[in-house]
Design a protein around this ligand. Structure first.
Ligand code: DLZ
Length: 205
């Protein structure tokens, strides 16, 4: 029996992601936790049928950069991945689950080909409180800005930003805690939320 009433109830509908195109934008701060969260999100996207070639992963330095990156990726998603975005990272390990990284800039003069816009975008960051007010300012501005991006663009932005008071909280929310605090990988929930919201959006427009 569960010891808490918290948490999402599973949808009665098993949403089909096979026609969806989903972007993941992740920050690079707190790499161990980020890797687990991105891997969890990718695993659930694939489980729901999203094609590997339709999962575009991009990175930015820190969580503060997530809103602009989401905004630009959404507005640029009418051009093919690889033609207008550059992978800022490379090198993170998503346990073999990594999908298309937009890593190859198009040759100069190439006319971008139209492609399917994103049905949803998952913004993943891990903010861990330090000694100053930095944490509060970034948590507040990033959450408001990500909400603004989704309302302004009409594309679901899944809020994958952990706002943890310490390392242990962050680790257990990625399923990386120890013993009874192992926790649950919230990245999996974000992958499912992206498929559900992307599917809704196709019905609602
Ligand atoms: C500067 C900073 C600090 C102190 N902590 C974090 C953090 O815990 N998580 C995170 O994603 N980013 C952090 N950053 C970086 C900022 O988000 C941002 O990248 C820089 O201030 C540059 O704009």
């Amino acid at each position: 029996m569960s010891s808490t009433i918290k948490g999402i109830s599973q949808s009665e509908v098993s949403y089909d992601g096979s026609a969806l195109r989903v972007a993941i934008v992740h920050a690079r701060w707190n790499k161990t936790v980020i890797e687990a969260l991105v891997a969890g999100a990718v695993a659930k996207l694939k489980e729901r049928g999203v094609k590997e070639s339709n999962i575009i992963i991009e990175s930015v330095p820190g969580s503060f950069e997530l809103p602009l990156a989401c905004s630009k990726m959404i507005s640029g998603s009418h051009v093919q991945a690889g033609s207008n975005v550059t992978d800022l990272l490379g090198g993170l390990n998503f346990g073999g689950a990594a999908s298309s990284r937009a890593s190859t800039p198009a040759p100069a003069g190439t006319v971008p080909m139209p492609s399917q816009p994103f049905d949803a975008i998952i913004a993943i960051g891990v903010l861990i409180k330090g000694e100053t007010m930095h944490f509060e300012y970034i948590c507040d501005s990033v959450s408001h800005a990500l909400m603004k991006v989704q309302l302004d663009t009409g594309v679901p932005v899944i809020f994958g930003v952990l706002t943890a008071l310490n390392d242990e909280q962050a680790l257990s929310r990625a399923g990386l805690g120890t013993g009874a605090n192992k926790g649950h990988n919230h990245g999996e929930d974000w992958g499912l939320a992206a498929v559900e919201m992307g599917s809704h959006l196709r019905r609602w427009v």
